[in-house]
Write a protein that binds this ligand. Sequence first.
Ligand code: DOR
Ligand code: ZN
Length: 346
Amino acid sequence: MTEQLTIRRPDDWHLHLRDGAMLTGIAPQSAKHFGRAIIMPNLVPPVVRGDDARAYRERILAALPDGSRFEPLMTLYLTETTDADDVAQAAQSGLVKSVKLYPAGATTNSDSGVRDFDRVLGVLERMADVGLPLCVHGEVTDNQIDIFDREAVFIERVLDPMRRRVPGLKVIMEHLTTSDAVDYVRSAEDGLAATITTHHLIINRNHILAGGIRPHYYCLPVAKRDSHRLALRAAAISGDRRFFLGTDSAPHADAAKEAACGCAGIFTATNTMSCLAQVFEAENALDRLEAFTSLNGPAFYGLPANDDTITLIKQADPVSFPESIETGAGPVTVFDPGFPLYWDVA
Ligand code: DOR
Ligand code: ZN
């Protein structure tokens, strides 16, 4: 039985670090284990231009513990008036590693996102020219479509037609929640990859709704029925280079989650690596954890894997994590996987 596992340092290919007191409070949680992270641009106001990303990057670096080597990989928030030249310049200078597409109204701070996908085709074509990938929040916002179907419908109505119109564009379909999305990513030859979160490997919709409503399991895309979770697990543990970790760790102060209209987002930065080791061990796939957390992501982005390692050690007794992280913006509840965690990062 493996009791210790050394892997290349992991990266997080989808992370919310927020700003101000929240940023200061939670950034060290990701910097502890992860080498790099793709930083989501859905601030208020959003990170739209290269200059916004440059300034935000400085604020993130200032929030890191002394001596941290954590590298924020910046993204731009795609709007219908995004300037293609500015995007190309930000990519070519090395500042920005992807552009994020939010369908307007799909999730937290997505109001400035895209309503008419035709209006961003010029930017997408330019991104294809300069080799800048697009990160996609894949849900339709049509109120006629049931919230549990919004990902599958997005693939058919938006994502597939878009990829056909801009064939050279590298696309990352983010935070997969359905077997439909897993199948779609597997069907693509090239230029399409996907992130999977820690929590979607662990929870299904019963966790949110059965026996009481549990706001700390609510995120978007919302967790689906268990057959979908199993499809996600199979994809994550497969070693397939098209699937990699993007935690979508998304802190909200408890008061904003535990409310009549609670915010979407699950905060997993603190215990993600322990949760994943537990999941991969349960699937007899610890030998493929490194591909998922540390190798497949950089390969898709055309970046080298991290040059250092982390060691996970299996403890005899469960490892304890704080129930919440105190921040200047209020306490943030840490994801509870619902089972004991034995793996600790040395
Ligand atoms: O659950 C989510 N939270 N999903 C998103 O797409 C956005 C995120 C956030 O920013 O809180
Ligand atoms: Zn997100």
